[in-house]
Design a protein around this ligand. Structure first.
Ligand SMILES: *Cc1c(COP(=O)(O)O)cnc(C)c1O
Length: 219
């Protein structure tokens, strides 16, 4: 069941500031269709298995985002239709996406996932790895990927000052690496903020929110 009231509130809160992406992991195609019928077009999934099952069942103008940890051997199955991969966390993965972009004769938009949380279990590049990527000659030769910005997940904590601190780190890294890494010098996408912390994320300059449970209920 979609929380229609919350959806309209979120649309107002993000209007003119950020793209609202609905995280539909573990939700059915019917749930997604319900939100689609209210006008939502951006949906995100965490698991390759789920996204490839749901995508063919739903309208073709949905913009599908991939936000989960992505293994190189799974890139092929999402490459034909994915709008934006938020979770690029290695050069090896970027190379694989480029290869599949070429095979599908398209340019695949990507975000670099940055590790900003205190938890070791979360994925993402650290600053030295961003630096390495920015200095790589091979990157500029990749014709079938476009780096559009950065994604991060804050720590799972009630400490809002900690969350804010982590978002500030991501924002600062975005500013530092935009010139070096962002395709066509376009305005970078800053994908940060989930159900529990989206208000802080908006205050700290997020341009894209990934919201699941507020829209679809608990998983
Ligand atoms: C599940 C998930 C979300 C959405 O989380 P909610 O707390 O349900 O809003 C956002 N981003 C990522 C990477 C996720 O895995």
């Amino acid at each position: 069941m979609v929380n229609v009231t919350k959806y309209h509130e979120l649309l107002q809160e993000t209007s003119g500031k950020a793209t609202l992406v609905a995280v539909s992991k573990k939700k059915t195609a019917e749930d997604i269709q319900q939100l689609y019928d209210l006008g939502q077009r951006d949906f995100a999934e965490n698991y390759v298995q789920e996204i490839v099952e749901k995508q063919p069942l739903l309208p073709k103008d949905i913009r599908w985002h991939f936000i989960g940890h992505l293994q190189t051997n799974k890139v092929r199955s999402i490459a034909p239709f994915i709008t934006l991969i938020h979770s690029v966390d290695s050069f090896k993965l970027l190379k694989e996406i480029n290869k599949e972009g070429l095979r599908n004769d398209r340019i695949i938009d990507c975000l670099l996932q940055v590790h900003i949380a205190t938890e070791e279990t979360k994925f993402g590049l650290d600053e030295s790895e961003l630096e390495e990527l920015a200095n790589s000659k091979e990157l500029s030769s990749m014709q079938n990927i476009a780096i559009r910005g950065f994604m991060g997940m804050a720590s799972f904590t009630d400490d809002t000052s900690q969350i804010r601190k982590e978002f500030k780190v991501l924002r600062a890294l975005t500013e530092r690496y935009t010139k070096l890494l962002i395709a066509n010098l376009s305005q970078p996408i800053l994908s940060m903020g989930m159900s529990a912390d989206y208000n802080i994320a908006l205050e700290e300059g997020s341009t894209l929110l990934r919201i699941g449970s507020l829209l679809f209920g608990e998983r």
